[in-house]
Design a protein. Sequence first.
Length: 665
Amino acid sequence: MPRVRFHPDEVSVEVERGVTLHAAAKAAGVELASICGGDGICGRCRVIVKNGNIEAAPTTLLTREEIQKGYVLACQTKVLGDVEVEVPPETRAEEGQILIDIDAQRFRALYQEEKVSFRHEPLVQKLYLELPPPTLHDNLADHQRLYREIRRHRDYPIMQTGLKILRAQPKLLRQNDWKITATLGLRGGVVEVLQLEGGDTSTRAYGIAVDVGTSTVVAHLVDLNTGRTIDAEAMYNSQRAYGEEVTRRIIYAERGGLEQLQKTIVNDINNLITALVERNKIALHDCLAIVCAGNTTMMHLLLGLDPSSIRRDPYVSCSTAPPPVRAAEVGIHINPRGLLYCVPAIGGWVGGDVTAGILATGLYESDKTVMLIDVGTNGEIVIGRREDGFAWMVTCSASAGPAFEGSGVKCGMKASRGAIERVQISPDGNVLYKTVGNVRPKGICGSGLIDLVAGLLEAGFIDRSGRLIPEASPRIRERDGLLEFVVVPAQRSATEKDIVITQADIENLVRAKAAIYAGTLILIKSLNLDVTDIDRVFLAGGFGNYLDREKAIMIGLIPDLPLEKIRFVGNTSIIGAKMALLSQEAWRKCEEIAQSATYYDLISFPHYYEEFLAAKFLPHTELERFPSVQKRLAKDLSPSPSPEVGGEPLPFREGVGVRSSPKDR
């Protein structure tokens, strides 16, 4: 079989003839960037073939100069013989910053203000019992005796027990002098006796809360008795190899890849759990429950459910509220009889992560009109409040695409080490920037892209339609028939290539922000409200946490509201999942939220496309909607472009505005 060697990793792998370089890299453990799932349309998996026998499909995503240097797209190149491949730095799927949110200060303040509190009663809990031994006068059967004792401590009208537990019960009770610990789990309206242990083991009760994101997976290890978060762990979702967006993964599943996708995410979750329990010296046997929150597609893939109908009209899923199941049945490694709960979804495109976010922020209890925006690929938006004792909520998914995560942008990247995350354009036209990890820049992540577009607009280097103005700056040039702005010249970048933003990149970002703003406006108008009627905006998600609010307003991503009304609330998905894990009342509230929230399909609104087109200007066709931006653009900045195309790091104080990558920890 042909052997493929990857540099600079210096690893080799034998593969079948005809296998793609992308598949060979995966087999060798070399992670390549991939957005399109191997369809050859993103251009991110470019590698350099040093020598060997290959068959590369023609592509327009590589320049003539790159092809002459040996560049190919790994997913479109077949191995015909032994090959040596170099993986350039920009092609690596590097790990980055993941928002873990163990016990964020912002949520402690939020709980106090919004009174988000629930009775502590975990979905699965241990109960130590000392049963009175049977006598001639109290000759109740063992099973009924157990139920009677449980009901003395808990008001559980309906209980059930499996045959395995029933068989073990007589000997266990008598060997332990009728002193046992029962593990009880909520399954719908029934409480199940999951296991019986001799003696008092009630102090050893743990649970796992997981945010199963499209890009990242975050897990918290929780003490079920105290509610304390013991530890947290995170990683990038390994399903990225099959496509960055959920639609790509649905297509992969349709082509026979459902089982592989399911195994991949289960393996990620198991790796996180293993890291948590080993680090804290906890037995897997004592992990009794796991609550997962994620979008509807991710929950389908986790459970191995066919997601294909989610992307087809009328966009109906297999289930928005899967019942609790044995975690072992899915392949998750906790107690063999432990339960897996998936937070119920609102619709096919507004998932349990949003339900968890609504729970965490207390939006359903607020007497103010609150908007929750998860600024990401799916762009979920919620507006709600409580009036006259009734909570109403409307939701939608704006389908912004992956541009805000640095995907689909020429020099875009995730917020990993070397990503430009902050940008300012000075009055003299010079570019100041800040990178993750304070190292030489490799590319630009989402927050940096928003800063950059806002800066270009305010400096007068682009017009309100997003078009670059060549005469405005010597940094604007034409390459391959397309205008681009040089952010960092090659001699100052880690890749030794110019870091640029192209006209096409700007258009992608404008489309993405237009989708989200149009979605917010449709929801607002559907309620006969005005933007000024919004009392508070919560920005959720890992990306939303690093947004500059003023810059987001400047480009028209979020409504022009006073900054004090706009709050970052972090990873509300994991916070909500943890609240549900620790409280049956909170779990029932999740079910209530999912059932009562109204899901709007934006495409069904006759004026959505008009709103989308109007929002494809910076900040909007109707500038008066953004008075603060109108005021800033009215200033005569009179930029004096620097003759030298350079770039300097931003002078941030240490620890201020700085994100660290996992490698820095």
